[in-house]
Design a protein around this ligand. Structure first.
Ligand code: C2E
Ligand code: CA
Ligand code: CA
Ligand code: CA
Length: 279
């Protein structure tokens, strides 16, 4: 077939406009999802590697689309962010996490910690600390039950505003975790400026650790360095007993992954906790 520059750019423009159309369609559907409450949370257990006990859950957003079924967050969170809808949805995520926290405390998990993911935009919302405080008060909860997760890239733009909101949240008693650690830029530079208590090693390193000596060294030395800074480490992507044992050998504090449990739909949370306590 014959091809020339004009055809190429025509194909490119067509591709672009269909991407744009898809995004606009998705955005319209997401506005409807907000109105019609099509969101839910999945809660993935986190385990203390010293005691072997369940210590908390990460709250993960889910979208049940009326036709397409469950849409994974990687396909819609960036659209929510670009449409400036994530701040509002973020409040919903936090409030729903509070409701689950109350349930978990009633189930006997008096020290449970729920990890909640926050987008960069949420840290630029100057009212976030007061609004989170009001939601906590509504459920009579202490901020110590929550760990707010952010990625390294969150800090890159608007560093001063973000740090200000972080410090105000910290004053309320919230803790912070750096998510996907090692995959962003300037990790170490930003690390010392942020009031964080936990580092989450990205699952790509954990999953590679058994076959790839470089990944194993990255995991081992990240844990050692993070401990020297007085912080705790969560390993994500723990998919087998071999992963778990190697992480224990390197003194990792907490683990999360399919080997321990898949993220649980909200309806399975109480059953999971009940069985856990009976063990
Ligand atoms: P993340 O924060 O890194 O969350 C961990 C992801 O790893 C989750 O994907 C979880 O289901 C998956 N995972 C857990 N254990 C394993 C394992 O053993 N192996 C493998 N291969 N994967 C595992 P999920 O639920 O699809 O979420 C994807 C991302 O969407 C999250 O990555 C997070 O960046 C974002 N996200 C989810 N919920 C929220 C939210 O409420 N707010 C914001 N801002 N982002 C969210
Ligand atoms: Ca996370
Ligand atoms: Ca992560
Ligand atoms: Ca991620």
């Amino acid at each position: 077939a014959k091809s020339n520059g004009r055809n190429c750019s025509f194909v490119f423009a067509e591709q672009m406009s269909s991407d744009l159309a898809n995004r606009m369609q998705l955005e319209a559907e997401l506005r409807q999802a907000i109105e019609q409450q099509q969101f839910s949370l999945s809660l993935q257990p986190q385990v203390d590697l010293i005691s072997g006990r369940l210590c908390g859950f990460e709250a993960l957003l889910r979208w049940q689309h009326p036709q397409r079924g469950m849409v994974p967050p990687d396909e819609f969170i960036s659209v929510l962010e670009q449409a400036q809808l994530m701040t509002g949805v973020g409040y919903w995520v936090f409030e729903r996490s509070c409701q689950h926290c109350v349930t978990l405390i009633q189930q006997g998990l008096s020290q449970v910690v729920i990890a909640v993911n926050l987008s960069a935009d949420q840290f630029l919302d100057r009212n976030l600390p007061e609004n989170f405080a009001a939601i906590l008060q509504k459920y009579a909860l202490n901020a110590a039950h929550f760990e707010l997760e952010l990625t390294e890239s969150t800090l890159v733009s608007n560093i001063n505003e973000t740090l200000d909101v972080m410090h105000r949240l910290k004053a309320l008693g919230f803790a912070f975790a750096i998510d996907d650690f090692g995959t962003g830029y300037s990790s170490l530079n930003y690390l010392k400026r942020m009031p964080v208590s936990t580092i989450k090693i990205d699952r790509s390193f954990v999953m590679g650790m058994l076959d790839n000596p470089a990944d194993e060294q990255i995991v081992a030395s990240t844990i050692a360095m993070v401990h020297k800074l007085g912080l705790k480490v969560v390993a994500e992507g723990v998919e087998s007993l071999a992963h778990l044992q190697l992480l224990q050998r390197y003194n990792c504090d907490f683990a999360q992954g399919y080997y321990l449990s898949r993220p649980l739909p909200e309806t399975q949370l109480v059953d999971f906790v009940t069985n856990q306590v009976l063990q």
